[in-house]
Ligand binder design. Structure first.
Ligand SMILES: [Fe+2]
Length: 313
């Protein structure tokens, strides 16, 4: 009988940073809730409990870095049940060490050299208020002004993105535990979702002209496009620079705003991403203008959009 894995998504991301003061300032502005902090670093959460942590980049508690300076050091994936952790451990123990903690949490290193883990998800179910958008023939918001966001409150972690020497290695590694290609740039990159039913992508890997992987960005879901814009504007007002945005992706349909962060890549607000099921058929795209975004403003010349630096393999 084949094992059915059902990884729900990213449960926690830990960064190593060169300046803990700057990192804390950024995450405070980003809108995450600070749970604890100290000399060692800090732990933050989104509205649903998914975590973002940082430690000093020289901390011995962190897994090895894939690149120097500030960068992501560990990605923890969430599963529903403890039995799934056992199945994942069995799979990866075939060819690498897997550390099993008392609570069943797993820790290992993936095939790009990144520290990863798996645990029973700490994600809480969100219960948002119903949408009240007025449209011709369907006016539902009456005598009530619409919602305005002075700043964003990230609801959950959406996806993480890496530039890698060969995306096929990443697709093969995560495919062992059920990750599926939602869309693909053949020969150049793949959008992977962790389970059959779920977010358009939890992990995007694209080829870059480098021998080592590079963290590109980490994305957070907010409630709607207005919160994307409210959040981006607030970050700019605090002095943080836009990487690219606001805009709207063609692949995944999401509205976005990427901000340059002190974490070695950008952080992204996104809203209204596509959700897929087992009925979805993988699409293939050529890298080109109009694919990264349907529309966008404010692209910083230094920001490497996830397709701009791809190379043919
Ligand atoms: Fe993204």
């Amino acid at each position: 009988m084949s094992i059915s894995f059902n990884v729900q998504g990213i449960d926690a991301v830990t960064f190593g940073v060169t300046s803990r003061t700057t990192a804390a300032k950024f995450l405070d502005h980003w809108g995450l809730k600070r749970l604890k902090s100290g000399k060692y670093g800090a732990n933050y959460i989104c509205a649903d409990g998914t975590e973002v942590n940082f430690r000093d980049h020289k901390s011995k508690t962190l897994p090895k870095a894939i690149q120097s300076g500030s960068t992501v050091r560990e990605v923890i994936w969430g599963v529903e049940k403890k039995s799934e952790l056992k199945a994942i451990a069995e799979e990866f123990l075939k060819d690498r060490p897997v550390k099993v903690l008392k609570d069943g949490t797993l820790r290992l290193v993936d095939d790009m050299g990144l520290g990863i883990g798996f645990r029973v998800s700490q994600r809480k179910e969100l219960k948002p208020k119903p949408l009240t958008y007025n449209r011709p023939g369907d006016d539902v918001r009456i005598d009530t002004p619409a919602t305005f966001y002075e700043r964003a409150e990230p609801q959950t972690i959406s996806h993480i993105v890496f530039g890698v020497p060969d995306y096929r290695i990443i697709e093969k590694f995560y495919g062992r535990i059920g990750f599926l290609a939602t869309d693909r740039y053949p020969g150049r990159g793949v959008f992977l979702r962790a389970a059959k039913r779920g977010n358009h992508h939890n992990l995007f890997a694209m080829n870059i002209d480098a021998k080592k992987p590079v963290f590109n960005h980490l994305a957070f879901k907010v409630r709607d496009i207005h919160e994307v814009i409210g959040g981006g504007q607030f970050l700019n007002k605090q002095g943080w620079k836009t990487a690219v945005g606001p805009g709207r992706h063609y692949i995944s349909s999401a509205c976005f705003w990427y901000v340059q962060s002190p974490f070695g890549g950008a952080l992204e607000y996104c809203a209204d991403e596509d959700i897929m099921t087992e009925k979805w058929k993988t699409r293939e795209f050529e890298v080109g203008p109009g694919i990264f975004s349907e529309w966008t403003f404010n692209a910083d010349a230094d920001f490497k959009a996830p397709t701009a630096s791809s190379k043919e393999k």
